[in-house]
Design a protein around this ligand. Structure first.
Ligand SMILES: [Zn+2]
Length: 512
């Protein structure tokens, strides 16, 4: 019989149960770790031996076999140290647990050369998995506690050192739950509000639609017209994360080591990488294939201010994740897949000098063409809404009384999201209208003959691509949902078509 200790493994975002089986047999002093461990796992041998010294235990002078089961799954990371040490101490009769049932416990943590428990990245998906399997508690490094505590419904035992863990297991130390003074986070009480936005009333209808259906949106306008100001206020009208979505966000941030969501809040992530960001930073990658901004923005917003300033290669690398809503990174050591279901909000100037459409513009037609080509057709196609903003919106200013607050806008958005939730109940992974493919759009945007002839007529003038056609239907569905209309009406299609300013100007003028 071998001694068995429970732990959890992690590859990418996937967590799975692992048994650390320890067996001591007669033979020369060796320690073999088997079961598809990577270099970090193999190096555990030295840390385990050093740890025995730290806790005044005797490292067995025999042949030690440590098997990480199931042995056909790759294992990576340093957090198997603790379960290995506990297993080896038990197997060599140097640890006698008292009043603790090891069956229901999971051990996680690297053990440093001085006997301290070292925190590691990615604890949240592991705790979620331990909870799912039905384990009673998890033993973790103290420094992982603030993060681990975000998952409720499983007991956490956080320790600074290996010695403390052993004393607790032997009943020589009572576990006292640490009291932490959490920093007060007021992200929810964001000072930003759409009430600050003067003018642009026409545009705000589209902002509400974008938020309601999680549609990608491109705002085009001269410097200082307020496009960034509007974009930054979009999180204030997005519905709160559902429990399931919040779990996904927490798992990704845990792996990346970046804090996106604070405990107890349900505000959607808003990521605004600078245009100097590398493709790796944006898409994810590096030697450890870590998630990038597009995954950190999962279930939230990826905001690319000054889109044309990003390198063409970086922008193009968004194509696949925008379509598939997941991103796969193949590295020598492993292949990781991360979710990337973000809503893209981008801004750009209308031309190189910024004043296209104004007498001030100094750009030639050629300049304009070169500038617009910084963004490829397929990327423009993926922007469900493309709206021009003008610098001074006199009409809007006059209609100040019509200004909408973020909370009013949010309640409209939330209502439309509820309709979508109901609609996509039976469709796993589909949550919003923007995610509908052609087939789903056909099913949920059934058009009557009036709508059909309207769209045909529009197509004669604009010749939109098949992808644009799909986007138009999806956006029209959202406009209908905002009115709680069961059917998609001509007015919804009109709104959707008018939401694509670039197509209108790049082809013949639309005339409704
Ligand atoms: Zn210009």
């Amino acid at each position: 019989m071998a001694t068995v200790i429970k732990t959890i493994g992690l590859l990418g975002l996937e967590s799975y149960s692992i048994e650390v089986q320890v067996k001591i047999i007669a033979g020369p002093t060796t320690m073999n770790i088997v079961g598809l461990g990577d270099q970090a796992v193999k190096e555990a041998k030295d840390r385990v031996e050093a740890a025995f010294d730290q806790v005044d235990a005797v490292f067995p002078k025999k042949k030690i076999i440590v098997n990480l089961s199931p042995s056909d799954v790759k294992k990576s990371g340093t957090y198997f140290d603790l379960p290995m040490i506990i297993g080896l101490l038990l197997e060599s009769d140097q640890l006698k647990p008292k009043d603790v049932n090891l069956e229901g416990l999971v051990f996680l943590g690297e053990v440093g050369l001085t006997g301290g428990l070292v925190s590691f990245k990615g604890i949240i998906p592991m705790i979620i998995e331990a909870k799912r399997i039905g384990y009673k508690g998890v033993i973790i490094p103290y420094d992982n506690l603030p993060e681990a505590e975000m998952i409720e419904g499983i007991e956490l035992y956080a320790f600074h050192t290996l010695k403390e863990v052993l004393m607790w297991l032997e009943g020589r130390l009572n576990y006292i739950k640490p009291i932490r003074h959490e920093a007060v986070i007021n992200r929810f009480e964001s000072k930003l509000d759409f009430l600050d936005v003067k003018g642009h009333q026409h545009l705000l209808r589209y902002v509400v639609a974008a938020a309601a259906g999680a549609h990608n949106m491109l705002l085009i306008g001269p410097p200082g017209c307020g496009k960034s100001m509007i974009a930054k206020r979009i999180p204030t009208i997005l519905p709160d994360l559902t429990e399931e979505e919040a779990m996904e966000v927490m798992a990704i941030q845990s792996i990346s080591g970046k804090r996106v969501l604070e405990k107890g809040t349900r505000e959607r992530p808003f990521r605004a990488p600078h245009y100097n960001s590398s493709s790796n930073a944006l898409i994810g990658g590096g030697i450890n294939a870590l998630p990038g901004e597009i995954s950190l923005g999962h279930n939230g917003v990826l905001f690319l201010d000054e889109l044309t300033e990003f390198s063409k290669q970086t922008i193009e690398s968004l194509r696949q994740p925008l379509e598939d809503r997941i991103v796969t990174m193949a590295r020598v050591r492993q292949t990781n897949t991360f979710p990337s279901n973000f809503m893209l909000i981008a801004t750009m100037n209308p031309c190189k000098c910024g004043y296209h459409g104004d007498d001030k513009c100094t750009c030639s037609l050629h300049d304009l063409k070169v500038y617009r080509q910084k963004i490829s057709g397929p990327i423009y196609d993926r922007m469900d809404i493309q709206k021009y903003l003008s610098k001074v919106d006199f009409l809007g200013k006059l209609a100040d009384s019509e200004r909408m607050s973020s909370s009013e806008m949010k309640s409209r958005v939330t209502l439309a999201r509820r309709i979508q939730e109901e609609r996509f109940k039976a469709h796993k992974r589909i949550r919003t209208n923007s995610q509908m493919d052609t087939k789903l759009a056909e099913q949920f945007c059934a058009l009557d003959s009036e709508c059909h002839s309207f769209l045909n007529n529009a197509y004669e003038k604009v010749r939109f691509s098949a992808r644009s056609y799909n986007k138009i239907l999806n956006l029209a569905r959202t406009f209908a949902d905002l009115d709680a209309s069961e059917t998609v009406r001509v007015r919804d299609l009109t709104s959707a078509l008018l939401g694509r300013d670039l197509e209108k100007s790049d082809n013949t003028k639309l005339d409704f």
